[in-house]
Design a protein around this ligand. Structure first.
Ligand code: PEP
Ligand code: MG
Length: 441
């Protein structure tokens, strides 16, 4: 959806004229859906952008186009919270800045409109891919799954043509529920209850029917802090190297881990569940987690609660340790899921949230690619299915490399699904292999 922000009270007054005379008539004529908001005073732009970009996650394509001077750009950019899901474009209109020469204005308007029209054509072309299986030009089949953070997003995943859920990040469930609890009562709560989790997991499984649903156990800590009564915030000098994910579950709060596994097993009778363990660095962690899972199964049996004892338990490969030793981890894992975000962060020693070192964060770095390749080779040798669920899975350039290396399962933000299906359809598998091979030297 295109969101236009027009400032009718600008000094030059050009924004409104441009909007009314040139832009809106074309959008109407070409049947391009849009929303327009008019600012009333300075500062409105920031607030409007904040409002629009907050809803961006739920939109296929959130594009904000602001009409105004360079002050407007500054105001607008400050309001954009969700840069990942929002595209920002700007049509300069003011008279007291670099952009203001009339010729340039009209050129920019033309350029922006051209972009909008071709984006519309592309969006229409993508629609047909939503309901088609993902295949290369020569018929190699791929499975394209969705990453979600709430049960409600499962429906969005289906709408975008997902073959299943490749990653349900359950930490958001915890964070949202606890925040709500705190807002309503002003008090801390203990962790999200087994019952509340059961309902959430059951909901996702029911929405997805017989399609696979991979639910990851709590990946809290690091940059995703959960401030609850039984999981206080820790003072850690290097939280990303600290008590996060499976470490928190095994070494600090096994009671929370057990409650989560109980909820998962109870929900398992409602669909096609798979359980995923985050931030594994060695075999003993997997063995301990599997031991706890067996204990949970016994307790459910004693309580006469039905569950599926064969739910596959797999692991995230998102540390160099796991990738290098993926041959040792394979016999203990029913599947691998490559978390390329953390794999990149930890391999290159670059905090993925730290903007000062952002240029060093490079998923195409040879070290990262070699670790991915090692994992795929080991997975193939041990007959362990492998997928990718980090950002690389939803990026066209990196999918070329991953597919060429042998990846056939990808999990990504729902709205990326048709984009990746369309891209794969334009290549043969040998083209993908050739392109990929070049990146490994
Ligand atoms: C990853 O690390 O690539 C991943 C998918 O996990 P998260 O982004 O939730 O850390
Ligand atoms: Mg991760």
């Amino acid at each position: 959806m295109y969101h236009f922000i027009v400032n009718p009270v600008s000094r030059s007054g050009k924004g409104l004229i441009l909007w009314q005379k040139k832009i809106e008539p074309i959008l109407k004529k070409k049947n391009i859906p849009y929303r327009v908001e008019y600012t009333k005073q300075r500062g409105d732009t920031t607030e409007l952008c904040r409002k629009i970009s907050a809803s961006a996650k739920n939109e296929d394509n959130c594009i904000i186009v602001a009409l105004g001077g360079d002050g407007t750009v500054n105001d607008a950019v400050q309001g954009i919270e969700d840069f990942e899901n929002t595209t920002f474009s700007f049509i300069p209109t003011g008279s007291g800045n670099d952009f203001a020469k009339d010729m340039k204005i009209s050129k920019n308007v033309k350029k922006t409109l051209k972009k909008i029209l071709s984006a519309k054509k592309y969006a229409e072309a993508l629609k047909k891919f939503k309901d088609q299986p993902a295949t290369t030009e020569d018929g190699t089949l791929f499975k394209i799954y969705a990453n979600i953070g709430t049960p409600e997003e499962a429906a969005v995943a289906l709408e975008h043509g997902a073959d299943g859920i490749g990653l349900f990040r359950t930490e958001f469930l915890f964070m949202n529920a606890l925040q709500e609890f705190k807002r309503e009562t002003g008090a801390f709560s203990n962790s999200l209850s087994e019952e509340a989790q059961f309902e959430a997991y059951k909901k996702v499984l029911q929405i997805m029917g017989d399609k696979p649903v991979t639910i990851r156990t709590l990946d809290a800590g690091g940059d995703k802090l959960i401030d609850s009564g039984d999981m206080p915030l820790f003072e850690e000098k290097n939280p990303l190297m600290g008590l996060r994910a499976i470490r928190l579950s095994l070494y600090y709060s096994p009671q929370i881990f057990r409650a989560q596994l109980r909820a998962l097993y109870r929900a398992s009778v409602y669909g096609n569940l798979r359980i995923l363990l985050p931030l594994i660095t060695d075999v003993s962690q997997v063995e301990t987690a599997l031991g706890i899972a067996r204990g949970v199964q016994l307790s459910l049996k004693e309580d006469n609660i039905p569950f599926n004892p064969d739910v596959p338990i797999g692991i995230m490969i998102e540390t160099a340790a796991a990738a290098v030793c993926s041959d040792c981890l394979a016999p203990h894992s029913k599947f691998f899921s490559l978390g390329t975000n953390d794999l990149t962060q930890y391999t290159l020693c670059v905090d993925r949230e730290n903007t000062t070192v952002a240029p060093l964060y490079n998923e195409f770095n040879l070290a990262v690619l070699r670790l991915i390749k090692t994992t795929i080779t080991n997975a193939e040798e041990h007959n362990v299915p492998v997928s990718v669920c980090g950002e690389m899975a939803g990026n066209k350039e990196s999918v070329i490399i991953l597919a060429g290396m042998g990846i056939r399962n990808l999990s990504m933000a729902p709205k990326k699904i048709p984009v990746i299906k369309e891209m794969l359809s334009r290549f043969s598998i040998s083209e993908l292999k050739n392109l990929s091979n070049r990146s490994l030297f």
